[in-house]
Design a protein around this ligand. Structure first.
Ligand code: PHE
Length: 344
């Protein structure tokens, strides 16, 4: 090939190689193969050459033309399909890459998962129940009759719906039928009743779930939040068993030795009732309500209180998350603010 064609070929190849993107190929095509392009110029100048030489160089130039055409279109196609940006002169490979943000679990989901794990490792089963409950399960069966002052403790959101349809009046007690007015459960304790109605002791369960309260919100109150209920019933389950289970749980949950304090308290569905406090950062904090299952509760589910006994507890999942992650305001969990969520 004539040295001039050779040079042209190399120049064009170089330019194609350094082309930053698919768009720049049109320019190259015009520059070399266009009507006034460099190769076209050579082809035009052939007419001044002697016949033999004209024939030889003409052939070579036509082959080269085809080659360059293929080279340009090939590269062009490659770049436009791979969407790859060729490094331009100011491309800096030492710059840190762009951070790709990935989705992850909400802090409350993480705490929920952790609580389930610790309890299942202690042989507890996890069960869940309905968020729309009846008055009977949320109150009456838990020894909180309509006229009981303790009902005020659970500021309740009632549902404007006369009766729950799940209940068949022929199969259930009069009270259960009468008090089947729907509400949003104010605690997870109604699942104690639902579970015991369908299972026989011995058993140990936890019930994580969302609960609702008709309350003004502030840094420590939300209209909905999460609780974890615990219930263990058997022929000889005692407060000592309860102590072991909760202390084991909190020890593992906080990942270190914590101090405990038990205070007498009152809930209509336990006797005796107590509150568990843990010492964190030098301060005593209430983390759980609990007690031995009241015999009226066993009556409601037709267990024989002379044959079984057990403990129950309830704790706020949000509260645990706030303590573990040092979150000052419960409302942050429900704010949907990514600046908050992304920290976990
Ligand atoms: N249900 C109680 C509450 O919401 C907590 C609790 C559960 C207390 C079980 C004792 C036993 O405050």
């Amino acid at each position: 090939m004539s040295s001039e064609l050779e040079k042209l070929k190399r120049k064009c190849e170089e330019e194609v190689k350094n082309s930053p993107n698919a768009e720049s190929f049109n320019g190259i095509r015009i520059k070399y193969l266009g009507r006034k392009g460099e190769l076209t110029k050579i082809l035009r100048s052939l007419k001044d050459l002697p016949f033999e030489e004209r024939k030889k160089i003409g052939q070579q130039a036509n082959i080269l033309k085809k080659e360059l055409e293929d080279l340009i279109s090939g590269k062009e196609k490659e770049l436009s399909t791979s969407n790859f940006q060729f490094p331009t002169s100011n491309f800096d490979i030492t710059k840190p890459g762009k951070k790709i943000s990935r989705g992850h679990f909400h802090p409350l989901t993480k705490i929920d998962e952790e609580v389930r794990q610790i309890f299942t490792s202690m042989n507890f089963s996890v069960v869940e129940g309905p968020e729309a409950e009846t008055e009977f399960y949320n109150f009456d069966a838990l020894n909180i009759p309509s006229n009981h002052p303790a009902r005020d403790v659970w500021d309740t959101l009632w549902i404007k719906n006369p009766k729950s349809e799940i209940l068949n009046p022929k199969q259930i007690s009069k009270l259960k039928f009468q008090n089947s007015k729907l509400l949003l459960r104010a605690h997870t304790s109604p699942m104690q009743i639902r579970y015991m109605e369908n299972h026989n002791p011995p058993f140990q369960i936890i019930v994580p779930g969302r609960v609702f309260r008709y309350e003004a919100t502030d840094a420590s109150h939300e209209i909905n939040f999460y609780q974890v209920e615990g219930l263990m019933v058997g022929p000889a389950v005692t407060l000592a068993n309860f102590k072991f289970v909760v202390e084991e749980f909190f020890q593992r949950f906080f990942g270190r030795q914590v101090e405990f304090r038990y205070k007498p308290s009152y809930f209509p569905f336990v006797e005796p009732g107590l509150e568990v406090e843990v010492k964190l950062g030098g301060k005593w904090l209430e983390v759980m309500g609990a007690g031995m299952v009241h015999r009226k509760v066993f009556d409601a589910v037709r267990y024989n209180p002379g044959q079984v006994q057990g403990f129950a507890f309830g704790m706020g999942l949000d509260r645990l998350a706030m303590l573990k992650y040092n979150v000052p305001d419960i409302r942050l969990f429900y704010s949907g603010d990514l600046r908050f969520i992304k920290q976990f």
